[in-house]
Design a protein around this ligand. Structure first.
Ligand code: SF4
Length: 319
């Protein structure tokens, strides 16, 4: 019996960004240069497949630095770390390499500059996410107030270090937020605090922006959208939300082809596929191959941007 026809709209850009690529290269280069084990504080990027592949090569993932032995080498994850973490590593004379994405480091420097200029800072982000913990940990407690949504933007009453000075307030954001939700939150802050300082261009990174634009381009034409990514990946979860808001209510996050409920897709004619910034392309290829087991598949690439960004490795790994 012939298999039913299925058109797969394949979003581009999708998958690995320059920051994730660099973080993985840092662990792999450290393993080649120094040998196993290389300790990694937290998931280097939020993808179980990536973490398992690095574990197989000799990486050991730990939650805290005190799990790293005295002579161990440790890598900090792409999401960034509070200042207290490298300080603790130095106290213990650990060898460490910081794999913080340069675009996250840029937000850290922005926050430091605002603080030096005497401004109270509002961080737009998700409580508990490692990037938010890292950004808040760049400055002393109380210097940064976190807001997560428009409702909190309407009610926040941040203390101003300059008393009544309306210029004494600034905002920065997590890099992996919804572009549209964040614009709405920023608009509220700007209405309530017209002199608030902010980045010239949003802190949401190019990769998050492009992946959301690509899923927006395919969603209205899709009966379902599959986002490949891990449940703890912020930017992957945002892609699901963006797909739903852009016209495809049936958008799901899966870790890979094994997690797809094919019954749910029976009878569909057009689906979209994309992947979060920490999801390797091999998982997308596996998903398309699995589609071919159930359907007569035609893949239609839909590209909204070309990416050619690459970040250098830290000096200690290239000299
Ligand atoms: Fe860097 Fe953006 Fe990738 Fe995060 S999603 S690692 S900020 S490029």
């Amino acid at each position: 019996m012939p298999r039913p026809a299925l058109t797969v709209l394949l979003a581009s850009p999708r998958g690995f960004c320059a920051g994730v690529d660099r973080a993985i290269q840092i662990v792999e280069t450290a393993l080649q240069r120094y040998g196993a084990p290389i300790y990694v504080r937290h998931a280097i990027v939020h993808n179980h497949h990536v973490v398992a592949a690095l574990e197989a090569k000799g990486a050991i993932f730990v939650d805290e630095l005190d799990e790293v032995p005295a002579d161990g080498r440790v890598v900090f994850s792409a999401h960034g770390v509070p200042k207290s973490v490298p300080a603790a590593a130095r106290d213990r004379h650990l060898h460490y390499v910081d794999a913080t994405c340069p675009l996250v480091s840029k937000v850290h420097r922005e926050a430091e500059r605002h603080h030096r200029d005497g401004r109270q800072i509002v961080l737009i982000g998700h409580a508990g996410h490692p990037e938010v913990i890292g950004t808040m940990g760049q400055l002393p407690g109380g210097a940064i107030s976190l807001i997560e949504n428009a409702g909190q933007a309407e009610t926040i009453a941040p203390p101003s270090p300059n008393g009544a000075d309306p210029g004494g307030l600034a905002y920065v954001t997590q890099t992996t937020l919804s572009v549209d939700d964040t614009a709405a939150i920023v608009a509220i802050l700007q209405r309530r605090f017209p002199a608030i300082h902010g980045p010239k261009q949003a802190d949401i990174c190019y990769a998050t922006t492009n992946r959301q634009a690509a899923v927006k381009a395919i969603a209205p034409r899709c009966q379902a959208v599959i986002v490949v990514g891990s449940p703890n990946s912020s930017n992957s979860n945002r892609l699901v939300e963006v797909a739903r808001l852009a016209g495809c209510p049936d958008a799901v996050l899966v870790e890979g082809a094994d997690a797809v409920d094919w019954q749910r897709f029976a009878g569909l004619r057009t689906i979209g596929i994309t992947a979060g910034a920490s999801a390797p392309e091999i998982l997308v290829e596996g998903l398309i191959d699995a589609c071919r087991n159930h359907f007569d598949v035609t893949v239609e690439p839909v590209s909204v941007a070309t990416e050619d960004i690459a970040f250098k490795l830290p000096r200690e790994l290239v000299t």
